[in-house]
Design a protein. Structure first.
Length: 372
């Protein structure tokens, strides 16, 4: 299974390799990429490692699927960095350019602020705009049973506003990702979520991500990742009753433990990473009937198809079929929760709309909570 997943991921990348306009240089020319790294307080960032990623099929394989840069350098006392590579490293056989990225790179990835600038290296001399870090001044407070998160936005990048912000929460078993919870927000939005979503011992920290897309192939795109706030959020007043329980899915009799393991991370915790439209439901078996179930949270679910809903269904005993739909949410949501349920059940079912050609493709975690 792991081998199959590896080959599939590689095939997807090779097919979708993002080629840009033709370069103005040849394969044997020396191409320069240079710029300056600026700390969040606008001071020059000296002795900072800056990585260069090249989105070519060759570098993707040799650099462990993009987790490490193709090469890196260290800024001087003025925050200046420079990369020298042959033109062939940035182009295919026809001279079309591969997209590249520069980002500050160090052993504290992903906890410290990081800024990534994406572009096509079209010129023999490529001057990158200031690579400035952003800490966002992340903080939170509690209002009753809710956690209220606050941050300061990036502001403008040149003359343009940031396109989007994303609130991201990191689980302790999460690789380098932030997959415990994700939510798109606007700069002035208030982010207020139930504290039980963060799972107590599963929670590690949270950050903000801001993105400015390149207007054209000749421009630069920006992704700003703030410093991670690792202040504790205790699971006060709630108990997770689903941790380690069995899950099942349509189209296979296999038991799935990774949907309730508190991992949230990359494969194999991507428990439903399959390309089948046969999977229209996932069932969680709590092992016994629990009274007064308060909430059900679904983390990182995805599907094929473009419209419809996810339904929540409870039952004590499924031998005579399933009970009525208790609640629903739009399929546009990847992370969602149902609360104030006051349900009694052993089985919890997440079901997709019965529309032709639609199916659940993956899910990271399902959690069920009771109030203490």
């Amino acid at each position: 299974m792991k081998k199959t997943f590896f080959i599939s991921l590689l095939a997807v990348f090779l097919i979708s390799c993002n080629l840009g306009p033709s370069a103005e240089y040849g394969p044997d020319d020396t191409v320069t990429i240079s710029g300056t790294c600026i700390d969040a307080d606008s001071t020059d960032y000296d002795d900072m490692e800056v990585g260069l990623w090249i989105a070519s099929p060759e570098s993707w394989v040799t650099d462990f699927f993009g987790l490490t840069p193709s090469t890196y350098t260290v800024t001087d006392t003025f925050g200046y960095y420079e990369f020298l590579r042959k033109g062939r490293d940035f182009t295919d056989d026809n001279g079309a350019t591969y997209k590249v990225a520069v980002m500050n790179y160090n052993t504290n990835l992903p906890y410290e602020p990081h800024t990534r600038i994406d572009f096509y290296p079209l010129h023999i001399e490529n001057s990158v705009p200031e690579l400035k870090l952003w800490n966002a001044n992340c903080n939170f407070s509690f209002t009753n049973e809710m956690v209220d998160f606050a941050f300061e936005g990036v502001g403008k990048v040149g003359e343009a506003d940031i396109d989007s912000y994303r609130f991201e929460v990191k689980a302790k078993i999460d690789g380098i990702g932030y997959n415990l919870w994700q939510e798109k927000v606007d700069e002035n939005d208030e982010i207020s979520l139930p504290r039980y979503l963060f799972g107590g011992n599963q929670y590690l920290g949270w950050r903000m991500v801001a993105e400015k897309k390149a207007p054209s192939d000749a421009d630069f795109g920006y992704i700003y990742m703030s410093e991670t706030d690792t202040s504790a959020i205790a699971l006060t007043g709630y108990t997770i009753i689903s941790l380690g329980k069995n899950c099942f899915r349509e189209a296979t009799p296999d038991t799935i433990k990774t949907l309730t393991d508190g991992g949230f991370g990359p494969y194999p915790s991507y428990a439903l990473s399959i390309g089948s439209t046969d999977v229209s439901w996932i069932v969680l078996d709590l092992g016994q009937v629990y009274d007064s179930i308060f909430a059900v949270a679904v983390y990182g679910i995805g599907h094929s198809g473009t419209a419809g809903k996810y339904y929540l269904i409870f039952d004590d005993d499924t031998t005579d079929g399933w009970g009525e739909k208790a609640d629903s949410v739009s399929m546009n949501e990847d992370y969602f929760y149902f609360e104030n349920l006051n349900a009694s059940a052993r089985f919890v079912r997440i079901e997709l709309s019965a529309i032709s050609g639609m199916g659940i493709g993956y899910c990271r975690e399902i959690s069920v909570f009771k109030k203490n």
